[in-house]
Design a protein around this ligand. Structure first.
Ligand code: 3PG
Length: 393
């Protein structure tokens, strides 16, 4: 695809879709600004070459019409100004008078952040009229919002469509994320091991199916392992399970054969808290009053060994309740093994990215994705309309 580096931006208005959907605390303070940091190369590329940059993003899932003040992008604009050490304008609306005035007032090298795209109902609807207003602001469109690439919201698809013959380019972050993930999946060094965790089988069905066709081993952890255990006729106590996915889990077990690796033991608690009573039992033998909260030590050892033997590792989803020690042990063991290995390691965004960050190991892996849902879509083998629509080189 045509890259932001390929176009002359000097004196031109560049409308860049970024994913500044960052976590905020109750006081509106950003608790993790990695998504902003990762967009800096594209942002700087425009600013340093004298382009006039208009940034647009969503934040959270506001309801149009409700009091959405906590979803304002103002804190993200402020943080961006701090990172760039320069003034960053903020428009209090998305396509209204303030946005139009601040866009018009941009000077070369200037930056304005528009208010949350999802404050306008046209964004989720992919509305052409709304998209037309955004497109009219700019000479060039750039998509650097990897975390949102699996969405077909207006800013991702209808806006580039509305740009007509004007250049529609890809940003450095989207380029980098897609290259890492597609190389890992498309041309893996073997053994290729995927580790999939998280609460629900339903979120990962397509990923498991796709990766069983590509990987040498697919290791399962997290609460979804208990649905598999139930499918094998195991006792799961009070563990989180999806009863309506048991048949599907059976099919996956059958289709997976030796490739699908399930936990051999589990660390359980009699309450969802770190100081509950705990027992470690074999998989499928969870006492009635207990729930599984982490993979057990034997499983952790087994998974760590499989990671150590691998040449490519893709990890998406924690092995247990990693935010609540001691149930972080399984996730930590997997993270430690990935960090210690010299395999190509790709960490899907969302919870596994948070876990690797919490353990201080983010710089010991090849790539930590900024996209949760977007990286899952890639692992499912899905193409992104939001990227296909951009200009070819
Ligand atoms: C994410 O956090 O995964 C992206 O920003 C997309 O957000 P969404 O799931 O609300 O569309």
């Amino acid at each position: 695809k045509l890259s932001i580096a390929d176009v002359d931006v000097s004196g031109k208005k560049v409308l860049m879709r970024v994913d500044f959907n960052v976590p905020l605390d109750d006081n509106g303070k950003i608790t993790d600004d990695r998504r902003i940091e990762m967009a800096i190369p594209s942002i700087k590329s425009v600013v340093d070459r004298g382009g006039q940059l208009i940034l647009m993003s969503h934040l959270g899932r506001p309801e149009p019409g409700a009091d959405n003040s906590k979803y304002s992008l103002a804190p993200a604009a402020k943080r961006l100004g701090e990172i760039l050490s320069k003034e960053v304008a903020f428009a209090s609306d998305t396509v209204g008078d303030d946005a139009a005035a601040k866009v018009a007032a941009l000077s070369d090298g200037g930056v304005v952040v528009l208010e949350n795209l999802r404050f306008e109902k046209g964004e989720k609807k992919g509305d052409a009229e709304f998209a037309g207003k955004l497109a009219a602001f700019a000479d060039i469109y750039c998509n650097d919002a990897f975390g949102t690439c699996h969405r077909t919201d207006a800013s991702m698809v209808a806006v580039p469509e509305a740009m007509g013959d004007k250049p529609k380019v890809v940003g450095f972050l989207v380029e980098k994320e897609i290259t890492y993930l597609s190389d890992a999946i498309g041309n893996p060094k073997r053994p290729f091991v995927a580790i999939l965790g998280g609460a629900k089988v339903s979120d990962k069905i397509m990923v498991i199916k796709n990766l069983l066709g590509i990987c040498d081993k697919v290791l399962i952890g997290g609460a979804m392992a208990y649905t598999f255990s139930l499918a094998q006729g195991g006792k799961v106590g009070k563990s989180l399970v999806e009863k309506d996915k048991v048949e599907l889990a059976k099919e996956l077990i059958e289709a997976g054969g030796d490739k699908l690796v399930l936990p051999v033991d589990t660390h359980c608690g009699d309450d969802f808290s770190g100081d509950c009573n705990k027992v470690t039992v074999k998989s499928g033998e969870i006492p009635d009053e207990y729930e599984g909260l982490d993979i057990g030590p034997e499983t952790a050892k087994l998974y760590a060994q499989l990671v150590t033997d691998a040449k490519t590792v893709v990890w998406n989803g924690p092995m247990g309740v990693f935010e609540m020690p001691p149930f972080d042990a399984g996730t930590r063991a997997v993270a430690d093994a990935i960090a210690a290995s010299d395999a190509i390691s790709i960490i899907g965004g969302g919870d596994s990215a948070a876990a690797i960050g919490q353990f201080g190991l983010a710089d010991k892996v090849t790539h930590v994705s900024t996209g949760g849902g977007a990286s899952l879509s890639m692992l499912e083998g899905q193409a992104f309309k939001a990227v296909d629509i951009l200009d070819d080189k």
